[in-house]
Design a protein around this ligand. Structure first.
Ligand code: NAD
Ligand code: UDP
Length: 308
């Protein structure tokens, strides 16, 4: 039985990945410092003979024996990664460094959860993997954007210099059950506001776009990437459907039968104006494309948030 390490395994994506790995027959070691994650997300796995939780911060070295590593540990929502930006940069850089050293020691394959944020506020639209991005190195998003960029650099240098077997996925906005309702991301904010008939807060004029991928699709793509041979990436994983935040607000209001009104707040600095992945490479190399439409994914997510 293969033993797999999932860092950030108590978070939104990490907990779904742990579920998938356990269901597929792996032994899972879930490592998390519970900064944004929660034991609630993995409670159903506790006591499972093939699941183990370890409280650990990946800015510190880790000595365990594993066959594969998924490196997901890092706060992902802007308010959370901006809460302690120096810590975010350390998690991105030192965390990647420590996990790469572990992969080198164990001869384990390692996958990095990178992000569409490496494209910054993109001047090329939609974004292919060959686009090098437009990132402000000194802004309030930089701890995360530049952190994820240097992590990608480390991954490719460990690959070139030490022959570490790497995989890099660039994740575009992903949503679904187990998102932290208070983490400030747009999908969770809008759904929570709509369910409470509170004002829906649109930042800026609401014409900025994002592409939203349902969590099951994303986890499927990540798993395929880890297990494909002869392809390091980076590869975009996201749903190419593109929506303005105004459209998203209207869909959420309609789906929840909410009485909420839309209100406009100021746009945070460096907020990207557009986002949409080119997924040709994922289709070609992984045979992957998203299967869940926004309407269906939102339905499941709304049901989850109603139940909280
Ligand atoms: P999340 O905040 O729910 O999960 C992150 C997890 O990492 C949490 O459980 C948190 O406690 C843990 N963590 C944070 N710092 C840590 C540290 N120093 N040591 C150990 N654990 C630590 O976020 P998520 O949406 O599940 O994101 C998971 C990964 O995917 C992140 O690396 C994120 O950058 C990446 N990503 C997510 C999205 C998305 O839309 N969800 C988009 C792009 C990239
Ligand atoms: N956003 C918004 N209202 C909110 C939260 C976010 O209009 O209550 C906007 C935000 O300014 C951004 C988009 O929605 O343009 C996506 O924000 P999120 O924080 O989910 O992700 P990211 O900006 O990292 O893509």
């Amino acid at each position: 039985m293969q033993r797999v390490l999932v860092t950030g395994g108590a978070g939104f994506l990490g907990s779904h990945l742990c579920d998938k790995l356990i269901a597929t027959g792996y032994e899972v070691l879930c490592v998390d410092n519970l900064f944004t994650g929660s034991k609630e997300n993995i409670r159903h796995l506790s006591g499972h003979p093939h699941f183990e939780f370890m409280y650990h911060d990946i800015t510190e070295p880790l000595f365990v024996e594993v066959d594969q590593i998924y490196n997901l540990a890092c706060p992902a929502s802007p308010p959370h990664y901006q809460f302690d930006p120096i810590k975010t940069a350390k998690t991105c850089f030192l965390g990647a460094l420590n996990m790469l050293d572990l992969a080198k020691r164990c001869k384990a394959r390692i996958l990095q959860a990178s992000t569409s944020e490496v494209y910054g506020d993109p001047a090329v639209h939609p974004q292919p993997e060959t686009y090098h991005g437009n990132v402000n190195p000194i802004g309030i998003r930089s701890c995360y954007d530049e952190g994820k960029r240097i992590a990608e650099t480390l991954f490719f240098d460990y690959h070139r210099q030490h022959n570490v077997d790497i995989r890099v996925v660039r994740i575009f906005n992903t949503y679904g059950p187990r998102m932290n309702p208070e983490d400030g991301r747009v999908v969770s904010n809008f759904i929570m506001q709509a369910l409470h008939n509170e004002d829906i807060t649109i930042y800026g004029d609401g014409r900025q776009t994002r592409s939203f991928c349902y969590v099951d699709d994303l986890i499927d793509g990540m798993y395929r990437m880890m297990n494909v041979e002869g392809f390091t990436g980076p590869v975009n994983l996201g749903n190419p459907g593109e929506f303005t935040m105004l459209e998203l607000a209207e869909i959420v209001i309609a789906r929840t039968n909410s009485k909420s009104k839309i209100t406009f707040k100021s746009l945070p600095a460096d907020d990207p104006t557009q986002r949409k992945p080119v997924i040709t490479l994922a289709k070609e190399k992984l045979g992957w494309e998203p299967a869940v439409a926004l309407d269906d994914g939102l339905e499941k997510t709304i049901t989850y948030f109603r139940g909280l």
